[in-house]
Design a protein around this ligand. Structure first.
Ligand code: 4AD
Ligand code: MG
Length: 465
């Protein structure tokens, strides 16, 4: 019977049973009494399984005593109660078959000690073998699963929106160009230069910055939809909060306004946090112990607290009257900075805050213009300890207003004609938001750098794996 380490440590395999376990050595320690303790991990759970290998095993001197961190092995043995601290069961090894040695143990990059996050990023292919990245990997999976569960239970459809597109959904010009790269036959201008406007089989194409526009079309037929996939931003910002390639969750609901959207965002976050705390308790305890003491507590608090809703106008006046010495001013027409967001959530409201109805001029073309003619029906969800975590809006559903706003933003009418069709044929009020999946994972784990919650981070000029 082959079992995962999670099954063995979780008590699914009765004491006294024979099992086969497989994994990678974390540490080996030899006792003077003539046996070795091997700590084995297979990724299934945070904990390591202790194997006790006796010197009578036929390969004890030649192999077992030479095992080092990173070696892979298969062990057949008996589940026994453990006298040692830290685990209730261990394996009394019957056979230990070494599957793969570590070529040069002294230079193996993942030594059993604490490595800096900076160093581990340089060995992104090996960092899942550390405690931290094992935990991140399990939490990332659990959060993604909870997201799909939340929407499924509420009757949403998961829509797979395109990666290759010709529209700039955010109108921010932060696009990566897609090229067919037929090097022998590149499109040329009359002067013989490469014609970058025509490199996707004779068309101009980019990597998507957001699936929103595409998912809106499905919303206006299927009512409740979401997209969850990779998105790309060619913004040259080398910060701990920006990636060139990140994953985004974007629900879109029909016959709905900004208040419906605020409710959805609150329900959604509470559901996902509840599931992750539930299913990853050991990993979350590790994050609370080693990364951020608040990691668990702040999620619990958020689950229990009602989110505060306020207009941007009110937020700005609270900030202006706060008496705080902010680095950036908070005044009408400027976007809120992280310091402002943290003041509102941590000091003023002591709760997550949904800021609504932003000045129209700092918002995207698709956001619905309010009756005051000055604000757009946009919202940001701000969480204590991190700031903006979700951004969304009610969409402009009126044909004439949308056309006017697209012209004002200088958008090409032909490129977006399909999007305008949605207002021409059975338009309805609808709304949606975007959640950066890695920003969510930073919040959950307490890890402060976005490069440490995605397997292979892509940042400006950096994609070696
Ligand atoms: O605020 P953004 O640009 O909104 C949109 O793309 C909308 N189309 C979403 C929608 O309404 N459907 O991005 C949404 C979220 C941000 O709140 C942030 O969490 C994340 O995406 N995000 C990034 N995450 C990592 N790296 C980057 N460079 C990011 N840019 C945005
Ligand atoms: Mg935003």
């Amino acid at each position: 019977q082959t079992a995962s380490i999670k099954q063995v440590l979780g008590g699914e395999i009765a004491v006294g049973s024979e099992v086969t376990v497989q994994g990678w050595v974390r540490t080996r320690r030899d006792s003077k009494a003539g046996f070795s303790f091997i700590h084995l991990n297979d990724g299934s759970t945070f904990g390591n399984l202790q194997l006790v290998a006796d010197k009578d095993l036929p390969n004890y001197d030649d192999e077992i005593r030479h095992l080092t961190s990173g070696c892979s092995l298969t062990c057949r043995g008996k589940v026994v109660e453990s006298k040692g601290r830290g685990q209730s069961v261990e394996i009394q090894a019957g056979t230990v078959e070494v599957v793969g040695w570590v070529e040069d143990p002294d230079t193996y990059p993942v030594q059993p000690k604490k490595h800096s996050f900076e160093f581990l990023r340089t060995v992104a292919h090996l960092r899942p073998r550390t405690n931290t990245f094992g935990a991140v990997t399990r939490v990332r999976h659990a959060a993604a699963r909870a997201i799909h569960e939340f929407f499924d239970e509420q009757g949403y459809y998961w829509i797979n929106t395109p990666i290759i597109t010709s529209s700039d959904a955010e109108g921010a010009g932060q696009l990566f160009r897609v090229s067919t790269l037929d090097l022998m036959n590149l499109p040329r201008t009359d002067e013989g230069k490469i014609d970058f406007r025509e490199d996707f089989f004779g068309r101009e194409a980019f990597l998507t910055v957001s699936g929103q526009l595409n998912v809106e079309a499905y919303c206006l037929a299927m009512s409740k939809v979401y997209t969850f996939g990779p998105t790309f931003r060619a913004e040259n910002s080398n910060t701990a909060r920006h990636l060139a390639e990140f994953w985004m969750v974007e629900p879109e609901i029909a016959f709905a306004d900004l208040n419906d959207l605020a409710r959805l965002a609150e329900d959604f976050l509470k559901f996902v946090f509840t599931r992750v705390l539930d299913r990853c308790s050991e990993d979350m305890e590790f994050f609370a112990e080693r990364i951020n003491p608040e990691a668990i507590e702040r999620l619990r608090k958020l689950i229990e607290t009602d989110f505060v809703r306020m207009d941007y106008r009110e937020a700005v006046s609270i900030l202006a009257d706060s008496g705080e010495n902010f680095e950036y001013p908070a005044e009408w027409g400027l976007d809120l900075q992280t310091e402002h967001e943290r003041y509102l959530t941590e000091k003023h409201c002591k709760a997550p805050v949904v800021v609504m109805n932003y000045p129209d001029e700092i918002k995207a073309f698709y956001m619905r213009l309010n009756d005051d003619g000055k604000t757009a029906a946009a919202l940001d969800v701000l969480a204590p300890g991190i700031g903006e975590i979700i951004g969304g809006s009610q969409r402009e559903e009126r044909l004439d207003v949308l056309k006017r706003r697209m012209a004002e933003h200088g958008l090409d009418a032909e490129t977006y004609s399909w999007y305008v069709d949605l207002r021409r044929y059975g338009t309805v009020p609808h709304a949606g938001f975007g959640l950066g999946f890695e920003r969510l994972l930073n919040y959950i784990t307490g890890l402060t750098n976005i490069r440490d919650v995605i397997p292979y981070p892509r940042t400006p000029g950096h994609a070696p794996f």
